[in-house]
Structures are given as C-alpha cells and as structure tokens.
Design a binder for this molecule. Structure first.
Ligand SMILES: [Fe+2]
Length: 239
C-alpha cells in the first residue's frame, strides 16, 4: 500500500466516524422532539401531578400548596403581561415545583421544631432533585429549568446554582414570590400562619435581596387592589 492510499483510507475512516456521529446526534435531537405524542405528554403530566399530590398529602397542612402557588404565580404573570404560552409552562412548573421532596424523609418534612443544619441541607436538595427526575422528559425542558431555579434568590444567595438577578428566569422569580407568600399565609407544623399585613411586610423586607423587586411590587399592588385573588386556606384551585 502506497503512502497516498494509506492516507486516503485513514481520512475516509475518520470522515465516516464523523458523519456517523453527526447523523446519530441529529437523530437523537429529532427523536427527543418527536417521541412524545400529545396523549403521552398528558398522561406523563397526570402521573407526575399524582406524585406531587402524594407528597402534598404527607402533611395535611400543605395539601393544597402546589395549587395555591400556581394560582398566585399565574395572577402575577398575567399582570406582568407574560404570554399565554409561557403561563401554561409556568402552571405546569408550579404544580410540580416540589416534586424533589419525594426524596426527603417524612420526619423532616413534618418536623415541628427547627431543622438541624443537616436536615436543612437535605431539604435544599429538593429543587435539584426535582429537575433531575423530570429531565428525561424532553418536552418539559422549560419546566425543568423553572423547578431547578425556584429557590434561587435575586441577590445570588439561593440554591442550587447561586444564580443572580435576571440570570434566574422570570417564571422562577415569580414562583419564588408566590411560593413564599403561600407558605407565610398558611399554617405549618412549626408555626402559625402570618396575617396578610405581616406577609406583605416580609415581601417588602426581602424585596431586592431574596425577591425580584418588580415581581414584589406587582404582587403587593394586586393584593391591595384585587383582594379577591387571596386564597382561603384549604381552598381548591382549578385555574
Ligand atoms: Fe420548594
């Protein structure tokens, strides 16, 4: 075999590998977009929602938490002019935002006393765990991002990635406010609910540090001008 023939053979071999790799990557991409039919997506979401309800039911005080977070997040998003398509994704993310708590021990989730450092570390894993559980469902990519980011803080001191300001997607910044407000205004095993006024004061206090100031401003204005958006404890939401 001459040197030239040898070089041609080697080059052809590597071009073959490169083309094979590119085609298989392309096929993966197409498959990831096409593999889920509308019926499959609906059934997967129903299954995930059932799992979330099971987690909420572990503690009777948080039974409607995900629905209430969805309710508050949607009214804020609508007021901020978020397009309907994005609001649909936000609704799905709110419903499943605490899915990762499936891996947290019940005695931590329902502990009436202050959590130890170790227990708090375990709780903090839930946003990342939720994102990992949902990741294989490619049609939920945006939901995965929102679930992962729902405990990020505007000042960058949140978790799991310490993202700051607008590096956190708007939907997650809205979820953070809705989630905290819902938690503050409902009873928990470790404390009684706050009054509306006290919860509004907390939002103001952490505006710009924990929370996006623009989201807090919109929500406080809504609570004052449209008090009917306030959910009663235990109320079901089908929005
Ligand atoms: Fe959470």
């Amino acid at each position: 075999m001459t040197l030239l023939t040898y070089l041609i053979a080697i080059t052809t071999f590597f071009i073959g590998i490169f083309l094979g790799y590119t085609i298989s990557k392309k096929e993966d991409k197409i498959r990831s977009k096409q593999v889920w039919s509308r019926v499959q997506r609906r059934n997967i979401m129903r299954t995930i929602n059932a799992l979330v309800s099971a987690i909420d039911f572990k503690d009777h005080l948080t039974r409607n938490h995900s629905d209430s977070v969805k309710h508050y997040a949607c009214v804020i998003a609508k007021k901020m002019g978020m397009p309907d398509k994005e609001i649909a994704g936000l609704k799905e993310a709110c419903k499943v935002h605490d899915l990762g708590k499936i891996g947290v021990h019940d005695n931590i989730l329902t502990k009436p006393d202050k959590l130890t450092e170790e227990e708090y570390k375990e709780i903090k894993l839930h946003s990342l765990a939720g994102a990992v559980i949902l990741k294989p469902f490619h049609f939920l990519d945006k939901v995965v991002k929102m679930v992962r980011q729902h405990h990020e803080r505007y000042d960058g001191k949140g978790y799991p990635d310490g993202l700051k300001g607008e590096k956190i997607c708007l939907s997650a910044r809205i979820m953070a406010v809705a989630d905290s407000f819902e938690a503050m205004t409902t009873d928990r095993t470790y404390r009684k609910r706050m009054s509306l006024e006290a919860a509004i004061d907390e939002l103001k206090k952490y505006k710009g540090t924990q929370f996006d100031p623009a989201v807090v401003d919109v929500f406080i204005k809504l609570l004052k001008e449209e008090p009917e958006i306030l959910k009663q404890s235990g109320e079901q939401n089908n929005a």
